[in-house]
Design a protein around this ligand. Structure first.
Ligand SMILES: Cc1cc2nc3c(=O)[nH]c(=O)nc-3n(C[C@H](O)[C@H](O)[C@H](O)COP(=O)(O)OP(=O)(O)OC[C@H]3O[C@@H](n4cnc5c(N)ncnc54)[C@H](O)[C@@H]3O)c2cc1C
Length: 300
């Protein structure tokens, strides 16, 4: 197997189009290579490509024209207002965790804190977390809850649309994830990430739930609820989102949305948990997080 270290996206893309595999931090790929029977003809180390690195503010208009599904830019209230960020595909979890601006996206900060351990965070990249297409990937539900987009050298798409099944993506041969666009927090946004796992560190999520609610006082203007580890890919609980939109957030509404979210889960039995347990826990987690928020608005 050859090892290539190109300096440009074009060079890397040409090598990948011929059957080579992209290598970023290697925390998924190198583990998997040990089990592979057919090794790829080459590994294309992306770490020599400067265009895939770094974190910078999104330039005006860079996060695209707001569509139906996009959240409005922050106008204050809720979490700290700040502009959006462009996160290079090679940004590591450690770099992201250390970013002071991350306080404006508390659910993403929580996902970084609960991600593996320091040694893995120092290597693991955001692009690799997405491209690995695990339904248990920690950053994917959170980025989806914030309406982030994945940029490749050819197109832009919502992060939750990249994976098509466990370990499968819609990336074409030679297509490279170049960056992620994290929009500015929505006006009055409240967000959370709950990772249910057997331990606090070095554990894969048995169930994860990320949510971002755009609040107008106690009323939910718009919600995104995203579930991990309960379907072949990370999924949006769209009916539960609809059950929240336009309603005052009360404990009853929270329980109703939680039951709908549990119904959206399509888990399987595996070594880590039974399907029924996973579905039940989706409902419990959504109910817990939404009720916690509802209590904050109880007297307004
Ligand atoms: C001990 C341990 C603990 C872990 N804990 C967690 C955890 O808590 N949460 C979690 O979510 N994950 C966890 N992981 C999984 C892994 O660390 C992450 O998925 C990580 O983000 C992968 O990034 P990477 O840069 O190492 O990817 P790599 O291993 O380099 O690549 C992964 C896949 O993505 C492809 N790829 C990488 N970059 C690109 C790109 N820019 N464009 C196109 N394709 C690309 C590669 O070809 C490969 O198929 C853990 C792994 C280990 C070994």
């Amino acid at each position: 197997m050859r090892y290539l270290r190109p300096r440009s996206i074009e060079e890397a893309s040409a090598a990948l189009a011929c059957g080579a595999r992209a290598l970023a931090g290697g925390t998924d790929l190198l583990v998997r290579l040990g089990r592979m029977v057919d090794w790829p003809p080459a590994l294309v180390d992306l770490k020599g490509i400067d265009a895939l690195k770094g974190i910078r503010p999104l330039a005006p208009g860079e996060n695209g024209a707001p569509g139906d599904d996009e959240i409005a830019p922050a106008a204050g209230g809720g979490e700290l207002p700040t502009g959006g960020l462009r996160l290079g595909a090679l940004v590591t979890l450690a770099e992201l965790k250390a970013l002071p601006e991350l306080a404006a996206w508390p659910a993403l900060a929580a996902a970084c804190r609960g991600f593996a351990a320091r040694q893995i965070r120092n290597r693991a990249t955001l692009g690799g977390n997405l491209a690995n297409a695990s339904p248990a990937a920690d950053t994917v539900p959170v980025l989806a809850a914030y309406g982030a987009r994945c940029l490749t050298d050819r197109r832009a798409l919502p992060v939750e649309k990249l994976a098509t099944g466990p370990g499968q993506t819609s990336l074409a041969p030679g297509e490279i994830i170049t960056a992620l666009e994290l929009p500015a927090p929505a006006a009055g946004a409240r967000s959370f990430f709950f990772k249910l796992a057997p331990r606090e560190a070095m554990a894969i999520a048995v169930v994860s739930v990320a949510g971002c609610l755009e609040m107008e006082g106690p009323v939910v203007r718009r919600a995104r609820l995203v579930l991990g580890s309960v379907a072949p890919t990370v999924i949006r609980a769209r009916e539960a989102e609809a059950a929240l939109a336009g309603r005052r957030l009360t404990p009853e509404v929270a329980r109703e949305a939680a039951a709908v979210a549990a119904g959206a889960a399509r888990p399987i039995d595996d070594l880590r948990a039974r399907a029924g347990y996973r579905r039940t826990m989706v409902g419990r987690i959504v109910a817990y997080e939404l009720s916690r928020l509802a209590r904050e608005y109880a007297h307004s």
